[in-house]
Design a protein. Structure first.
Length: 241
């Protein structure tokens, strides 16, 4: 079993290459990043999970969304572990000793995370923790500001997007597939609202880094996206053919 303690201090000596993958929710970043991390045997940072965990901790401690100092304190003192004990079950997220994996991915948590993520001091409190995921082998960093703010000198930057309708369809199918009820127009509306918040906040807004390669996955399979990124990684000297 390997645990990653997000409280670990970053070790600059260990800093290896980084591939950043930014883009709006539902564009396929999570799947792409898992495929890249497995192919390269690199570590993986799911930065959205840190904002989601902050949202859950705020809810748990009844810290209101307008209590900036309270939210900053929550982000600065997160007691969270990402455990990979069973490949089938995937990463388990333990917050203050409690397994919160199932509530992490809900729409409600995502919506609160998006609000929490718009607060400057929360982002600053999470910055070094994110950089602490860097490892000598290499790191795949998944998020919104990985290439623009957290890892500006990354060796390869990808911006993965897709239309809101396509992302809504994917989420809709995913929810139906896991036995949930789902309302497609509502999902698309929520996606648009989240995009709007993430792209128009004053701090670290979602946008492609100037040196990012932009991939629109609206009519692409995840395998084609993966192949395109691998080719770019070869070109950047991160991988041999
Ligand atoms: O990727 P995700 O859906 O798990 O992210 C949840 C929220 O966190 C999303 O609405 C935006 C925010 N986020 C962010 O602002 N910066 C990141 N690097 C990652 C996520």
């Amino acid at each position: 079993m390997s645990d990653i303690e997000v409280n670990d201090l970053p070790d600059v000596q260990l800093a290896g290459p980084v591939i950043t993958v930014d883009g709006p929710s539902g564009a396929g970043k999570g799947t792409l990043c898992q495929m890249l991390a497995a192919k390269l045997s690199w570590a993986l940072l799911d930065s959205g999970a840190l904002y989601r965990v902050t949202a859950l901790a705020a809810k748990q401690h009844a810290v209101a969304m307008d209590n900036e100092a309270g939210l900053e304190a929550i982000a600065a003192h997160l007691d969270v572990q990402f455990q990979v004990s069973d490949k089938e079950a995937g990463v388990q997220v333990i917050l203050e000793g409690e397994n919160v994996t199932s509530s992490l991915r809900t729409e409600e948590t995502g919506a609160i995370a998006s609000q929490v993520a718009a607060i400057n001091s929360v982002r600053s409190a999470l910055l070094e923790r994110q950089r602490g995921f860097q490892q000598s082998a290499g790191l795949i960093a998944d998020g919104r500001d990985m290439g623009t703010v957290v890892f500006p000198s990354a060796e390869l930057k990808v911006y993965l997007t897709a239309s809101a309708e396509e992302r809504g369809q994917r989420r809709y199918k995913q929810l139906l597939g896991s036995g949930n009820n789902a309302n497609l127009p509502q999902i698309i509306e929520d996606i648009r609202a989240r995009d709007d918040r993430d792209m128009n906040r004053s701090i670290a807004p979602l946008k492609p880094a100037e040196d990012a390669i932009i991939i629109d996955s609206t009519s692409m399979s995840i395998e084609s996206v993966f192949d395109q990124v691998l080719q770019a990684a070869v070109k950047a000297g991160l991988l041999s053919e």
